[in-house]
Design a protein around this ligand. Structure first.
Ligand code: 8YV
Length: 328
């Protein structure tokens, strides 16, 4: 019997490719070429499955051109690159890669918060530029983390990880807002208090965004929300580009309407709004919150496990539209 054909859309660990090759006929993109949607579609034609990452768009147009496709396994917890309704309508299973990246991503959220509030990168650039000639009492004075009020918007697994770090590690007062309130026992574990969105914006000294992107969460933070925040506040986005209106944020940072921001994700990335590149009070990183080798390996392994289980007639580990399996 011939093996199912799969496409691995981006470069990934060679050991993952080797494992996939034991089960599938694999076409991979180990040279990590940047494919347009049309190029991705061309390569997906005739394939039974796909191993995708957050930048690979799978929508009705792609699916219509690839009727043989049965599953797309995303090496990411976020799946806004998938049109889930279109996939379900086409009978294509979608899987993501949750849990394995929670603690690593929460670590990074905290790293970005600390770097932003304590002006780590801005002061390093100053030093590297040879501008440091003497100590002074207010040089690169930032904001305290310990004891401050940490606001979290989006209290899923990663949000909870950040809350625990803040409450237990740094004695922060944690408040959060989410579509639904956590169970009381989880609120106790995270030492977090549920508040409305407006109170969150107004009370947070540091606001971390960890909510999923969807058309409904587009520009959750725009000029009006930034205007509600404290002028001393910091804003951290490790969620998705598009949740923040980057142009409005750049203007708010320039006018010091908020103190600083730390951004790992951007609208239209890898492009970055040019105004963000010119303001000093922002820390910018290229979507690396889950980037440690053990975690990226665990994410890739989970995506591979989903493909192997599915084609082996077993239940995939992390299906997003499991109803599709019932139809088959
Ligand atoms: C990935 C992410 O690195 O998992 C996610 O949702 O944003 C990141 O961890 C990226 O999406 C690549 O797939």
């Amino acid at each position: 019997m011939s093996k199912p054909k799969i496409l691995v859309a981006r470069a990934v660990f060679p050991e993952i490719i080797a494992r996939l090759e034991q089960h599938f006929e694999v076409e991979s993109n180990q040279s990590d070429e940047t494919w347009s949607k049309a190029q991705l579609t061309e390569r997906l034609k005739g394939k039974d499955g796909a191993f995708t990452t957050g930048g690979d768009r799978i929508d009705g147009e792609v699916l219509a051109a690839c009727p043989g496709l049965k599953i797309c396994a995303n090496m990411a917890v976020g799946y806004n690159n998938f049109d889930i309704d279109a996939m379900t309508a086409a009978g294509v299973l979608a899987t993501n890669a949750p849990d394995v990246l929670t603690e690593t991503t929460a670590d990074f959220g905290f790293a970005l918060l600390m770097a932003t509030a304590r002006r780590v990168t801005e002061s390093e650039h100053y030093l590297r530029a040879g501008k440091w000639s003497k100590w002074s009492y207010d040089m690169f004075a930032g904001s305290d983390i310990h004891g401050a009020t940490l606001g979290i918007l989006g209290m899923g697994r990663i949000g909870q990880g950040i809350a625990k770090r803040g409450a237990h590690g740094f004695g922060m007062k944690v408040i959060y807002h989410n579509r639904s309130r956590l169970d009381a026992s989880l609120e106790v574990e995270c030492k977090a208090r549920y508040v409305g969105k407006e109170e969150l914006l107004k009370a947070a000294d540091h606001l971390v965004l960890v909510l999923p992107y969807s058309p409904a969460s587009h520009h959750t933070i725009g000029a009006a929300e930034l205007a509600m925040m404290k002028p001393t506040a910091t804003l951290i986005n490790i969620a998705r580009g598009g949740i923040v209106d980057d142009a409005a944020l750049a203007a708010a940072l320039k006018d010091k309407r908020i103190s600083a921001a730390g951004l790992d994700v951007f609208e239209g990335e890898p492009k970055v709004h040019p105004d963000l590149l010119t303001v000093p009070n922002v820390v910018l990183t290229p979507h690396i919150a889950s980037a440690t080798i053990p975690t990226r390996l665990a994410m890739a392994s989970l995506a591979a496990d989903n493909l192997i289980a599915f084609f082996g007639g077993k239940q995939p580990l992390t299906p997003l539209n499991p109803g599709v399996l019932a139809i088959k």
